[in-house]
Design a binder for this molecule. Structure first.
Ligand SMILES: *[C@@H]1O[C@H](CO)[C@@H](O)[C@H](O)[C@H]1NC(C)=O
Length: 185
């Protein structure tokens, strides 16, 4: 099995949101429902990360499609302010599996538990607009898994945590064979 040359993911950032409103926009001709969610939260770097970041959202909203029998599609963007006064744009897209558990959380069923990390085969891709000491954010792509928590008050639709990993080049190939093998990995 050849591993070299395949990208690897390095844990980098945690994005924690409280979704405080969800606006149903209406039905798509292909089925599914357009919807817009608004959230507030924080984006912080994980310990040991090469870029320190501690930011709060100024605004964050997500134009998503709620599908009856397919993954939900997420399409989020927002603006963050760092603890030292810089502004950062954030963009995320991806898929959220439409499992019974996710539907129960979004429907705010009684006594429903949060999802567990790893339970959802979810991924989203993230990119940034940033400058100055945070410019490195714009030079990478990030991939995140999702954890969802149920509402606990009337002003909250749900809570969503994303764990963002930075995509890196992956290990170098060391042998001639690893370098040249094609189509037989
Ligand atoms: C969701 O349910 C919880 C627990 O019953 C309740 O406290 C909360 O207000 C509900 N959320 C909404 C948005 O109605």
């Amino acid at each position: 099995m050849v591993n070299c040359g395949f990208n690897t993911l390095v844990p980098a950032l945690v994005f924690q949101l409280r979704i405080f409103s969800l606006y149903p926009i209406g039905e798509l001709s292909t089925g599914g429902i357009w919807s817009n969610g608004n959230g507030v939260g924080t984006l912080t770097s994980v310990a040991g990360s090469d870029l320190y970041l501690n930011a709060n959202t100024i605004h964050m909203d997500d134009f998503n499609v709620v599908n009856p029998d397919k993954p939900y599609t997420l399409n989020a963007q927002g603006l963050l302010a760092t603890d030292d006064g810089h502004y950062i744009g954030i963009y995320g897209k991806g898929l959220l599996p439409n499992t019974d558990h996710v539907r129960s959380i979004l429907a705010n069923e009684t006594d429903v538990e949060p999802t567990k990390w790893g339970e959802l085969d979810a991924y989203t891709t993230w990119s940034f607009q940033a400058s100055g000491k945070y410019a490195a954010l714009t030079e990478s792509v990030y991939v995140a898994n999702i954890k969802i928590y149920p509402s606990d008050d009337s002003d909250t639709m749900s809570y969503i945590d994303y764990r963002l990993s930075k995509v890196e080049a992956g290990p170098r190939c060391n042998s001639e064979w690893e370098e040249s093998v094609r189509g037989e990995l």
